[in-house]
Design a protein. Structure first.
Length: 530
C-alpha cells in the first residue's frame, strides 16, 4: 500500500470499508489502534490517550505519506484522517511553508535514523510558532518502518518569551543608562550584574567584576559592617540606606551611599540583593568642610567672647577701681598735708575710709579670681556641717547692718532645717550676693523674704525681693560674667555677683533658677544637695 498512489489507496480503502460496512475513517482508526497500542494498553485506552491529546500527532510511512493524524491535528488543519491518509505533506494545500518544512525534515530523519527536535516560525501576522519532534520507529532489525510526528503550537509561549525579552531589554536599557551605580549580588557577595556606571566607577570590565565578590573593592575594615547588613537582608529584605567606603584602582578611597533590598524567590528566601549606589565623596567632603567651618566659627565666636569679656573686665576695673582709688588718694593727700591740724578722730576717720576701700577692691579682685577656671584649685570645696538656721540669721543681721537697716528681712523656715554639709565660704558668698542684690535693686523700706526648707534630698533656699525685676530678654544671660540687665544702668555693679553665685552652687552639685517681672520683683530658687 505504501508504494501505490494516493488515488489507488483511496479507492482500495473505499472498497474495503464498503465490504465491512463501516466508514473509511472508522476503518483507519481501528487499524491504527490495533497496530500501535502498547501491550499494557487496550485498543480503546490507547485510542483515548492519543485522540484526546492536545498535541498534534501524526505518523508517516517511508514514503512520507500520512498513515495517521489525531483529532487535534484534524481540527487544526480542517482535514479528516481519511483526507490525510496516503498523502504526503506536500499534497496537503495549507499551510504550504509548514508542510514543506515537515516534508524536508522527514527525509532527514529517514536518512539519519535520529530523532529531530525542531521549531518552526510560521510567517504570519500572528507570528505562529510550532515545536516539532520527529521520532523514527524501527522494527526488530533496526529498519525504519515509520516516523511519528508530535507537534504543538508554542505561539503563546514565544509571545511571552518575546515580551519578557523586550521587558528585560527595556529594564537593562534603563539600568545601563543610569548615572547611579546598579548591581546585583548573591548573599555570599558574588556579583551577578553590574551596569555601565558601576564598571566606569571601579574602572573594570564586566568580565572582571561579575562572578567575583564585590568585597575586593571595599577596604577590609568595612567587611564586618557589610556582612552584618547582608545578614539583616536575609531576614528582612526591605530597602535601607548605608554609607560605605570603596577603593578604586588608583588606591583612592571614595564614599558611596548605597540603597539595597533583597530579591526573594517563591519561598520568600532572599536569593539576590539589588543595590543602587551614588558617589557622595564630594558631598562628604563638603559636609566635613562645613563641620570644620562650624568649629572654626565656634572658635572665633569664643575668641570674640573672650575679647568682649576682656574689654568688659577692663571697663569694669576702670570704673569700679577709679572711685575707691580716688577716695584713697584723697584721704592720703589730706592726711599728708594737714596731719598737724587734724584731731586723732579725723585721722582715724580717713584711715577707716582707706581701709574700707581696700576691702572693697580686695573683694572685687576675689570675685574676678573666683571666675578664673585656671585658678579653680584655689577654691576647692571644704564641706563641713553647718547649722542652717543660725548661719542664716547671723548673716542677715550682718548684711542689714551694712545696709543701714533700710530693708526689713523676713526669714521663714517652712520646715525645721537642721545641719547640712557644705562649704561655709561658698554658702556665705551665695547668700550674701543674693541678699545684697535684693537690697541694691529694691526701694528702701521694701521687705526682702528669705525662705529655707528641706526635703529628702535638697536644701531649698528662696530669696524674694520687691525691686525693679529683670526684663525677660535678659533673664537667659543674667548669670553670665559682666552681664547686667538693661534696667540697672543707674545702679553701680560689676556683673560678677550672679555669675559667682551660679559657679558656687554648681560646685556643690546644685542648681539655681529665677522668676521675675519688671517692676514686681525677683525670686531666686536655689537647690543644694544635703
Amino acid at each position: 500500500m505504501a508504494d501505490g498512489s494516493a488515488d489507488d489507496l483511496q479507492q482500495q480503502l473505499n472498497a474495503l470499508a464498503e465490504r465491512k460496512g463501516m466508514s473509511v475513517e472508522r476503518l483507519l482508526r481501528e487499524w491504527i489502534a490495533a497496530e500501535s497500542a502498547p501491550e499494557n494498553l487496550s485498543d480503546s485506552s490507547f485510542r483515548t490517550l492519543v485522540e484526546n491529546n492536545p498535541d498534534f500527532i501524526a505518523r508517516f510511512d517511508r514514503s512520507r505519506r500520512y498513515l495517521y493524524v489525531n483529532a487535534a491535528l484534524e481540527q487544526a488543519t480542517g482535514h479528516t484522517l481519511a483526507e490525510h491518509f496516503g498523502k504526503t505533506p506536500l499534497e496537503m494545500r495549507e499551510p504550504v511553508d509548514l508542510n514543506r518544512f515537515v516534508y524536508d525534515h522527514l527525509q532527514r530523519v529517514l536518512e539519519s535514523g535520529e530523532t529531530k527536535h525542531l521549531t518552526f516560525a510560521y510567517p504570519s501576522e500572528e507570528g505562529a510558532h510550532f515545536e516539532l519532534r520527529l521520532i523514527p520507529e524501527m522494527d526488530v532489525e533496526g529498519v525504519i518502518q515509520s516516523v511519528l510526528a508530535i507537534s504543538r503550537d508554542i505561539s503563546h509561549q514565544k509571545q511571552m518569551e518575546r515580551r519578557l525579552y523586550e521587558s528585560e531589554a527595556r529594564y537593562r536599557a534603563i539600568v545601563q543608562s543610569q548615572l547611579d551605580m546598579v548591581c546585583r549580588y548573591t548573599p555570599d557577595t558574588v556579583l551577578t550584574f553590574v551596569n555601565d556606571a558601576y564598571c566606569h566607577f571601579f574602572q573594570r570590565t564586566r568580565e572582571e567584576l561579575i562572578g567575583r565578590s564585590f568585597l575586593t573593592t571595599s577596604p577590609p575594615d568595612q567587611h564586618a559592617a557589610i556582612w552584618r547588613r547582608v545578614e539583616i537582608l536575609r531576614h528582612d529584605p526591605s530597602p535601607e540606606v548605608a554609607l560605605y567606603r570603596s577603593v578604586v584602582p588608583n588606591g583612592e578611597e571614595l564614599w558611596i551611599q548605597w540603597v539595597d533590598h533583597g530579591i526573594v524567590n517563591e519561598q520568600g528566601q532572599v536569593v539576590e540583593v539589588q543595590a543602587v549606589g551614588r558617589d557622595v565623596t564630594k558631598l562628604r567632603q563638603l559636609e566635613d568642610e562645613r563641620v570644620r567651618s562650624a568649629a572654626l566659627a565656634a572658635e572665633l565666636a569664643k575668641e570674640r567672647e573672650v575679647i568682649e569679656l576682656k574689654n568688659q573686665f577692663i571697663s569694669m576695673v576702670s570704673h569700679e577701681f577709679r572711685t575707691p582709688l580716688g577716695i584713697i588718694k584723697t584721704s592720703d593727700d589730706l592726711i599728708r598735708r594737714y596731719i598737724d591740724r587734724m584731731s586723732p578722730d579725723q585721722i582715724e576717720e580717713h584711715l577707716d575710709r582707706i581701709s574700707q576701700q581696700v576691702v572693697q577692691m580686695t573683694q572685687l579682685l576675689d570675685d574676678v579670681l573666683a571666675l578664673d577656671p585656671t585658678r579653680a584649685n584655689l577654691f576647692e570645696l571644704n564641706p563641713q556641717p553647718i547649722d542652717v538656721v543660725d548661719f542664716c540669721q547671723s548673716l542677715v543681721e550682718h548684711l542689714q547692718l551694712l545696709d543701714n537697716n533700710q530693708h526689713p528681712v523676713l526669714v521663714e523656715m517652712r520646715q525645721q532645717a537642721g545641719e547640712v554639709v557644705a562649704d561655709i565660704r561658698f554658702l556665705n558668698r551665695i547668700l550674701s550676693n543674693l541678699l545684697s542684690n535684693a537690697f541694691k535693686y529694691s526701694p528702701p523700706g521694701s521687705t526682702v523674704r528669705l525662705t529655707i526648707e528641706q526635703d529628702q534630698h535638697d536644701l531649698i533656699i528662696e530669696v524674694q525681693d520687691q525691686g525693679i525685676g529683670i526684663p525677660e530678654p535678659d533673664q537667659a544671660q543674667i548669670f553670665e560674667p559682666f552681664f547686667r540687665a538693661k534696667n540697672v544702668r543707674t545702679v553701680s555693679g560689676t556683673g560678677l555677683g550672679l555669675a559667682i553665685v551660679r559657679q558656687h552652687i554648681e560646685a556643690h552639685g546644685g542648681s539655681i533658677t529665677l522668676a521675675s517681672q519688671p517692676g514686681q520683683g525677683t525670686t531666686f530658687f536655689v537647690r543644694l544637695p544635703l
